[in-house]
Write a protein that binds this ligand. Sequence first.
Ligand SMILES: *Cc1c(COP(=O)(O)O)cnc(C)c1O
Length: 379
Amino acid sequence: MNGAASSADRLTRAFIHLDRLTHNVRLLQNAVGHRSLWPVIKADAYGHGAEIVAHHLLRLGYNTFGVADVEEAVALRQAGIDTTIITLSATLPEHSEALVACGCEPVVCTEEMVEALARAAERAGRRVAVHVKVDTGMGRVGIRPDDVLAFLDRCRAYPALRLRGLMSHFPRADEADKTFSREQIGCFRRIVEVTARYGIEVRHMANSAALLDLPDSHFDAVRPGIALYGLPPSAAIANPRLQALKPVLEWKTRITFLKEVPAGVGLSYGHAFHTARSSLIATVPVGYADGLHRNLSNRCDLLVRGLRCPQVGRITMDMSLLDVTALRGRVRLGDEVVIIGRQDDEEITADDLAEKLGTINYEVVSAISHRVPRIAVGG
Ligand SMILES: *Cc1c(COP(=O)(O)O)cnc(C)c1O
């Protein structure tokens, strides 16, 4: 030991429970039977640590991952992930060299990109496998259903291009009313039929919500993200499997300071909180730069010794305050504090924080910043 601090020594850490990841992926695989399951690990695996998650899923036999872009793909390659990586976001021709060099399978929906990829592949003396994205109703990227055949003809003109996938995406599969999603499935099915002669290898459209609630959307492969991490795509999912999912991430910190404060004292920036009684106040080294959103100030609880303790005063960049008066005589410096996760019978979920912020669990976990080390446990 040379006494140097490592990031794993940080007091605020995210624990990634690999046993729960195993449980979730098996549960989702059971729902799709023999079909391929391609874990989506974009945005650093929704804040869980793409390297940790990919290595674990690889050990379980999963070998095709979805990321956002070539930068995320390169990071995985550098971490030793040498299996199939699909880049899901639309990218520009200037990325084609890098995409080919790292052996990615890009999603394509523009002729410019198709041509640039084909040329880059020719120059590199290899072929590039692509997934053609059709906009069946997402209204973001993708070619229009009417243009699919012409687009595929263009793709086929390049020998260096391999038509690996035909795909689409759902904007509303997480809603209780599946009418629109079913129309999309119908649209995609017709496209699959008319493109049969192109020899496309894999058809895929299901995200987590569709995987759970729309079995007709499974086709040849599914692309779950959020459900892998044990979080619900929304509160409106009907599939009972949802209840069995286990949250993979726990976010914890420790008490670094404790002080008695009399009644009527203003705390933290702006004195947005004043003690109403003599109080015991704890400081924890987690702030908005770690991903604890400042809009949660005075509005969330954290767990200490199995008890919900209110966060008080403005959340600052690096520190936040807790009212631990209820734990007087029992709370100590260094005590564990749970931001997301369980302690005894109490639990705080990513959804609890999302609800207070008017957002979704996806944003809460993916906003946990790189300053917070991800520690794999339960493997
Ligand atoms: C993010 C993403 C997914 C995964 O969505 P979840 O709702 O997290 O399951 C699937 N497909 C595409 C194209 C995506 O961008």
